[in-house]
Design a protein around this ligand. Sequence first.
Ligand code: HEM
Length: 489
Amino acid sequence: KLKKRHNNAKAASLGCLPPPVLRSTNLIGNSILRESMKATKEDRGPQYVAEKLDSISPDCHTVKVPIIDYEIIVTRDPENARTLFTSPDFDISHHRQLSWMPLLGKGIFTSRGDIWKHSRALLRPQFAREMISDPQLEEHHLHNLWGQLTADATTGWTSKVDLAPLFFRFTLDTATEFIFGQSANSLLQRDGAKDLSRHFNAAKVWIDKRGALAKFYWLMNSKEFKEHCAAIHKFADGIVADRLAHPPEKSDPEKGAASRFNLLNELAKETQNPQELRNETLHVLIAGRDTTGCLLGWVVYFLARHPAVYARLRREILNQFGDRPADFRSLSQLSYLQWVINETLRVVTVIPLNERIALRDTVLPRGGGPDGKARVFVPEGTQVLIPLYAMQHRKDIWGADVEEFRPERWETYRAGWEFIPFGAGARKCLGQQFGRQEVSYVVSRFCQKYDRIENMEEGDGRIRLHHAIENRSGTGVQVRLHEARSATA
Ligand code: HEM
């Protein structure tokens, strides 16, 4: 009670007004938490948050949500997002740290303050290098993927295929090669590699549930979760130990991978601590693999549903590159391809929810009072959720056609803080360029190889946003592909 009085007085002295409150309807005060978990289970978690805010008013963008004995703030206001990602008063919450810790240990994703700075300084230079731009790496694994898609010799059509799991295997293979210098080669279906994928998927389900329960994260612990984490650690520890025992200059030059850039080699020049090497490499693997695989899947998901978009994209790619593999720089300058990627990121939000916590008593610039224009007081320790999906589906910002997939909107749209799919500020995604390059390259190669992608999904056609930290398609990416024989060798 004393704390409440103190907060009210401080809020008033700072010119703050309270935002609307979204209250649970049951006695314990957890009905909203339960509803949101149910919506997540039904693959409509991000939409639920947008609908809940709309239920107060379409003009309401910031709310306070009491849950049992604590309160969070939820905001889809770009001005608040700017403050959350740039003010030193906010950083990632301990909920995120504690949820991830058993799998990842201390590293860039789970740390704050000086430990985070150290990790960021270690990793950041690696992502600035030209060396990460290696189409050879993509091409090799792309051929493994295509090896699974045989087309009928007379009709040119492949059979119906779900590309989603193939794309996740593809990005596991490219990411492990980029990070460790040796690929999991899961597309070649070695048993061990298949296991790694399985352990990752299962461990993330546990982490996600721990994150959703916030301060009650510890309820989600089990022998099974620990076993998945142990299997992943074993994989990374084996490679790290091998690398420390055989530094690159002493390794066999005949082994091609040893001479190519890989993150572990570079990090091992800075630190020989096996624990640190395991943690940082696993952090990058987790941050980069599923996000990119998921984005790739969604891009093809929309291309299959929008033949005119695919036809235009294909025309532009063939005009510029013919059937030659494109270079990354040219792809990043191909406007229509980048619009398609932006529009995909906008409509489905690969990372649908970000968060921060107030490190001290502070304020958000908007959301308070009857018109939502006043500042909002945020007491120290309050978690603030930023539902990117809800922000990217605001009609007042994006227009009446906000629900439509329309890459052409990017011709004139200049996005600001309402479009931050890779985060922003000091903790902005390190792999944005890498992820976009990988997706651009694979999509361009698909355009060269296939002249049609047909949507083969049955059912009601509803977009199902399946939450696995990132937002993957709950119905997969079910298509068939038609080979363009004349355009490709
Ligand atoms: C489509 C692909 C991707 C999306 C949508 C994405 C999204 C994000 C977002 C939203 C954040 C910020 C989290 C926060 O604000 O707390 C982030 C951070 C990060 N991302 Fe990505 N990412 C993608 C691909 C990648 C790739 C390919 C890599 C590495 C190879 C990567 C490495 C990282 C790292 C290391 C961080 C942590 C930065 C820090 O906390 O300082 N990401 N990413």
